[in-house]
Ligand binder design. Structure first.
Ligand SMILES: NC(=O)c1ccc[n+]([C@@H]2O[C@H](COP(=O)([O-])OP(=O)(O)OC[C@H]3O[C@@H](n4cnc5c(N)ncnc54)[C@H](OP(=O)(O)O)[C@@H]3O)[C@@H](O)[C@H]2O)c1
Length: 275
């Protein structure tokens, strides 16, 4: 995050200390869609530290993570000339709005922000308490910040869109399984979908071994790898908005990896094509 960052003093920024908290703080954003190699592609500014709205938490951000959406967002010009980037964050609540009921100052939290508010790449961030969760005590701020957006996406894919349950059976093809979303999705499937057989794409031997590890934690789920990668998504052979998940396979009759498994009707890696 620090490569190519330029510190620019915001002309409107006011420096000062009120009630032990600075009235301005540091934020990282962009002013124009410049190549990532350009020193001005990301800029640092001092911005006002706003007061929390009724349901807002003012979070002292300790860690953030970068997602593809951050890059996509930067392709457009910011409406007000400077936009703070970032969605995922983990931190400590410093102040709360008048109607906040779920958290209190001092609580450790993590969350994915929203596109209609300034991003999380800043020292203090305002977020509605209703999209915040308590940070698990067992993981660091950095690890917590890596989870929200990918985990929410993977969860919504499996359980809201595909409507899978612990009784679901069949085969699930995970394209991009080594990525942020895919790797979380594999772990959710491993933990919560004991009857679903997972096939994962990964582009080299090291990544194939990694996705096997993610899916090999219980004997009831088998993770396989297939070499071809999709050149387009969704494949033209598929119709509808969701990949078909074959039904009716017994939980205990999954064939193992190998040519015979790949050629069986339920394990054909539909949607993959030769590079
Ligand atoms: N990150 C999020 O929170 C989030 C939220 C909503 C939506 N999304 C969307 O979900 C998608 C994945 O996001 P991500 O964060 O998981 O990205 P990522 O971490 O960059 O992972 C993408 C994975 O896709 C694989 N891949 C690349 N080209 C491929 C191809 N032609 N065929 C098959 N696999 C290919 C790569 O794995 P191999 O090299 O091993 O094949 C890579 O690990 C993106 O379109 C993103 O915009 C992401």
């Amino acid at each position: 995050m620090t490569t190519g960052v330029t510190h620019v003093r915001h002309p409107d920024a006011q420096c000062g200390i009120v009630g032990g908290m600075s009235t301005t703080h540091t934020a990282i954003g962009y002013t124009a869609n410049l190549p990532a190699t350009d020193p001005e592609s990301l800029v640092v500014r001092d911005v006002d530290t706003a007061q929390p709205g009724p349901r807002d938490l003012l979070v002292d951000v300790r860690a953030v993570s970068v997602n593809p959406v951050d890059r996509k967002l930067r392709t457009g010009a910011p409406a007000d000339g400077f936009r703070v980037l970032g969605f995922d964050a983990a931190g400590v609540v410093r102040a709360v709005g008048a109607e906040v009921s779920l958290f209190a100052p001092g609580d450790e939290v993590f969350y994915a922000g929203t596109i209609d508010r300034p991003g999380t790449n800043q020292r203090f961030h305002l977020v509605d308490e209703r999209i915040v969760g308590p940070k698990p005590a067992s993981i660091s701020f950095a690890d917590a910040a890596s989870l929200p957006l990918t985990a929410i996406t993977a969860w919504e894919t499996l359980f809201d869109r595909f409507r899978l349950t612990e009784d679901s059976t069949g085969t699930l093809l995970v394209v991009g399984a080594t990525g942020g979303v895919g790797s979380i999705l594999l772990q959710l499937a491993e933990a919560l979908l004991p009857g679903v057989r997972v096939i994962a794409t990964a582009s080299d031997a090291e990544r194939q071994a990694w996705v096997r590890d993610l899916g090999a934690r219980t004997p009831s789920t088998t993770t396989e790898t297939c070499r071809p990668r999709c050149s387009t998504w969704p494949p033209a052979a598929w119709t509808g908005s969701s990949p078909p998940i074959p039904r009716g396979r017994s939980r205990r009759t999954r064939p193992s990896c190998g040519p015979s498994a790949r050629s069986s009707p339920s394990t054909t890696a539909r949607g993959t094509s030769s590079r």
